[in-house]
Design a protein around this ligand. Structure first.
Ligand code: PRX
Length: 589
């Protein structure tokens, strides 16, 4: 059964919502008062997330509860997290890192990842966690673009993904391995993080960063070109604190579980910064998705607020029938990253006794912008309303499928489809794409930040997602740039040209499919097809590589020579080919 509206009353809240009943007077200055600031002036995310709690009555409150893949567990209190992040900041200092240097982390969800990110922020460095399922190519590209000076990783990730490419990363000075014991000899060219941590002091004075000092670097992908490094500053913590209240309703005694990996922006903003800024206990599960394990975590850890992803919800729906018992502590569930189908919202009501609240944001926005909140009625299938402090518009797109020129920007009324745009000024907005100011500038039209998402609003202001305005692919909530996949395939000698698209998939949202034109003499048989799929997986990692691959005689191109991915997609799905003049227009980046 699909409901058209889920009405909420105060009886549905277990605690009074943190969202102001009338958001109208809210300004970001109000939220700025919710963070501490550094003792000598300035702002640092790690101070807000760790030290301010460690210095007060929450010092012995559990900050991170780590659940290991094989049943191990470790609780890190705010006081302990302060000690470890202090040590890590000292380690960076001893290695000669200075403010603004970029520290990459490539590991599974282990405590060292969290310590490294927060410790790097303390030292005034920029932290950039990478998705551990990335293959060597995405890892190399990102460390190269970020000019990473330090990489924190595991022995196996280093040997499999970095060692062979290290000579192409001249800026990378130190590789610190999290799984080499302090008394063991690390592989050549690496250091044992444990040994460095053991030698470091517990005391550290947080670097005097300002609200505008770069803090986090998150990579995202466009239709074309290399990955884009979205730069976020320390002021982002103001947004994380505010949205943890407004969108996630995080009260200090909550047990919160964000299932996203910190290699994606959700896992950093809401898996590290937001919950710690609120001083709650945050669950970190090292293992990958497993329905029984997840229900056991929700039940046994008494999770009260849960932030997850639609693909995970759909996988749970497949794995379970009827009401899940024992989730009495759970009071609020939200999701992000891809469309949340109405059936999933209704499934939440049946299986968890709670609806799932869709939220919307992007790597670039740094924090939740549009949400179904604890107090608002839900229209299943809608992303909800803009949060307090967020101003949105739906902008008309021109006949060529791109936005009209600056002067002609025109906000549309209810019921009309257009591009979702946001009024700049929220604290966690990205400040640039690293080294690509022209791509950053291209995101703005007529004073609006244009998101690349197509939406409509209904008469009551609910925002409904319709699709992307460009060719980026969303698979299991992960954003994939087709160009990056095409470039990797092109490195195989049998490939002359490649076009990559996302095809609808009931579970993952979309799956990646490649169309390949072979080089002269290569045989389009199943052996080569399998070889190319394997090649993609080795270079890119399974999360990004094509799941399917077809050989074609030629690919459709625009007049300017770009691959017409939308035509490939329409043909594959048997959809009307549509207005070719649209397809021949310049594509957004
Ligand atoms: O297309 C939108 C989709 O994910 C994009 C942003 O992806 P990324 O930068 O990886 O950040 C993901 C998590 C914050 C958006 O432009 N998206 C995000 N949330 C939703 C969504 N699509 C539909 N419904 C959502 N709730």
């Amino acid at each position: 059964m699909t409901l058209t509206q889920i009405h909420k009353t105060p009886a549905d809240w277990r605690v009074p919502p943190l969202l102001p009943p009338d958001p109208a007077p809210f300004t970001w200055d109000e939220a700025r008062a919710w963070v501490d600031g550094l003792p000598g002036g300035g702002l640092n995310i790690a101070h807000e997330a760790v030290d301010r709690h460690a210095a007060g009555p929450r010092a012995e409150h559990v900050a991170l509860r780590w659940l290991g893949r094989h049943g191990e567990r470790e609780d890190l209190t705010y006081a302990e997290l302060r000690r470890r992040t202090n040590r890590f900041a000292n380690v960076l200092g001893s290695l000669g890192l200075t403010r603004g240097d970029v520290v990459f982390v490539l590991s599974g969800r282990v405590p060292e990842l969290y310590v490294a990110v927060l410790g790097a922020l303390k030292a005034g460095c920029v932290a950039s966690p990478l998705f551990s399922a990335f293959g060597p190519e995405p890892v190399r590209q990102r460390i190269e673009i970020g000019e990473g000076k330090v990489l924190v990783t595991t022995r196996s990730a280093y040997t499999r993904k970095v060692e062979g490419l290290r000579d192409r990363l001249p800026a990378l000075r130190h590789v610190l391995l999290v799984d080499v014991p302090a008394d063991a000899e690390p592989p050549a060219g690496t250091l044992s993080l444990a040994a460095l941590m053991a030698a470091a002091s517990d005391d550290y004075t947080v670097a005097a960063t300002e609200p505008e000092t770069p803090a986090l670097l998150h990579f995202t992908s466009g239709t074309t070109g290399t990955p884009k490094g979205a730069v976020h500053v320390h002021e982002a913590v103001v947004m994380h604190e505010a949205t943890a209240r407004f969108a996630l309703d995080l009260h200090p005694d909550d047990v919160f579980w964000c299932t996203a990996d910190p290699g994606w922006v959700t896992g950093t903003s809401y898996g590290i910064v937001a919950p710690l800024s609120r001083g709650v206990t945050s669950i970190v599960d090292e293992a990958d998705f497993d329905a029984d394990r997840w229900y056991a975590i929700l039940r046994d850890e008494h999770v009260t607020v849960w932030y997850t992803a639609p693909t995970a919800v759909r996988r749970l729906m497949r794995a379970s029938g009827g009401r899940i018992e024992g989730l009495d502590a759970l009071r609020f569930v939200a999701s992000v990253g891809e469309p949340l189908n109405p059936e999933a919202v209704s499934w939440g009501l049946e299986a968890l006794g709670l609806p799932i609240h869709d939220t919307w944001w992007q790597t670039e926005t740094g924090g939740i912008m549009i949400a179904n909140t604890v107090a608002s009625d839900i229209r299943p299938g809608s992303m909800g309303h803009p949060l307090p402090g967020v101003e949105i518009a739906v902008l008309r797109r021109g006949p060529a499928g791109v936005l009209v020129t600056d002067g002609e920007v025109e906000p549309l009324g209810p019921g009309v489809e257009g591009e979702l745009a946001l009024k700049p000024g929220w604290p966690s907005m990205f400040r640039t794409y690293l080294g690509q100011p022209e791509r950053y500038a291209a995101c703005f039209k007529g004073g609006w930040y244009c998101t690349g998402d197509l939406v409509t609003r209904d008469a009551d202001g609910y925002v409904w997602f319709l699709g992307r305005a460009d060719d980026v692919i969303k698979s299991s909530g992960h954003l994939i740039g087709p160009f990056e996949v095409e470039s990797a395939l092109l490195e195989h000698p049998a490939v002359a040209e490649a076009g990559v698209i996302g095809l609808p998939d009931p579970m993952a949202g979309e799956v990646v499919k490649a169309f390949v034109v072979l080089a002269h003499g290569a045989l389009p048989d199943d052996t080569l097809r399998r070889e190319l799929i394997g090649f993609g997986r080795t270079r890119l990692g399974a999360a990004v590589a094509p799941r399917d691959l077809a050989f074609v005689e030629e690919l459709p191109h625009t007049r300017s020579g770009k691959i017409m991915r939308r035509l490939l997609r329409a043909r594959e799905l048997g959809l009307p080919i549509g207005d070719l003049s649209t397809l021949e227009g310049e594509e957004p980046t």
